[in-house]
Write a protein that binds this ligand. Structure first.
Ligand code: SF4
Ligand code: SF4
Length: 111
């Protein structure tokens, strides 16, 4: 049951959560951050530090943000704009660096 980041993070991206994650599985897009569901160990450390309450366990995501469960995963399984292949499971966000693009849902999201 991985944690996911929903719409409130969009255009906030203060990155408080990154500093809490023991496995460095929170990746930086352009307008939003994304948790890799295969790398997340479900520790919950990131959830309380988010100033806009964007983070929750996938089964507890508010109904209005339901699409963001699949969208967090899609960031890693879909070929993002400007790339030749999906990110997959890079094993560490710091080493990968900012990805700089978003999923289709987030890129076009109007908050
Ligand atoms: S629940 Fe833990 S492992 Fe998963 S993203 Fe948050 S801090 Fe990282
Ligand atoms: S702490 Fe919340 S708003 Fe800040 S980057 Fe993480 S998910 Fe986004």
């Amino acid at each position: 049951m991985p944690y996911v980041i929903a719409a409130p993070c969009i255009d906030v991206t203060d990155k408080s959560c990154i500093e809490e994650c023991p496995v460095d599985c929170i990746y930086e897009g352009d307008r939003k951050l994304y948790i890799n569901p295969k790398e997340c160990i479900d520790c919950g450390a990131c959830e309380p530090v988010c100033p806009v309450e964007a983070i929750s366990q996938d089964r507890r995501v508010a109904t209005e943000y339901g699409d963001f469960v699949a969208d967090n995963a899609a960031f890693f399984t879909v070929t993002l704009p400007g790339r030749d292949e999906p990110l997959g499971n890079p094993g560490g966000a710091a080493e990968l660096g900012p990805v700089g693009v978003d999923t289709e849902l987030v890129a076009g999201y109007e908050s």
